[in-house]
Write a new protein. Structure first.
Length: 151
């Protein structure tokens, strides 16, 4: 598993689903998203945290809770549409222990096994000012996530 695949440079942990945003969060509506991403923000829900999400497929299995351990398949893309990471099966604990970005801690709870969700994560809930592998500093990230298992 790569450092990026592990989402290793996490922001502060322990948040609950769709919790409040940091003091200042980049508004996704002001970010130039590549047409290749096929994003129409009017079809997305903006959580209080600043994360936008859309369920492409609503699952019918167990529901991920803020403290769940989950296995997901995902693709991570930049706002430009360039894919920078993917995994066919990454297992992480959403609260405590595993270093994941805050956007995942806030955006995965509520998903059900078998479901697929698109998350658009502002830089403040991603890698912030850090450059990580192919991810430039202050990047808005788009994730296509499939929930495979909830433990």
């Amino acid at each position: 598993m790569s450092g990026v695949a592990a989402l290793a440079l996490a922001t502060a942990g322990g948040a609950t689903a769709c919790a409040s945003a940091p003091a200042s969060v980049t508004e996704i509506a002001s970010v130039s998203l590549s047409p290749s991403l096929g994003v129409n923000l009017a079809e997305y829900t903006r959580a209080p945290s600043g994360v936008y999400y859309k369920d492409a497929v609503v699952g019918d299995g167990a529901e991920a809770k803020p403290a769940s351990r989950v296995k997901v398949a995902y693709r991570m893309l930049l706002a430009s549409g360039v894919q920078v990471d993917s995994s066919g099966g990454l297992t992480v604990r959403l609260q405590g222990g595993d270093p994941i970005i805050e956007g995942w801690r806030l955006g995965i709870p509520g998903m059900k096994v078998g479901g697929s969700r698109i998350l658009i994560v502002p830089p403040e809930l991603g890698y912030e000012w850090r450059e990580v592998g192919k991810i430039p500093p202050n990047s808005t990230l788009l994730f296509r996530i499939q929930l495979l298992v909830v433990e």
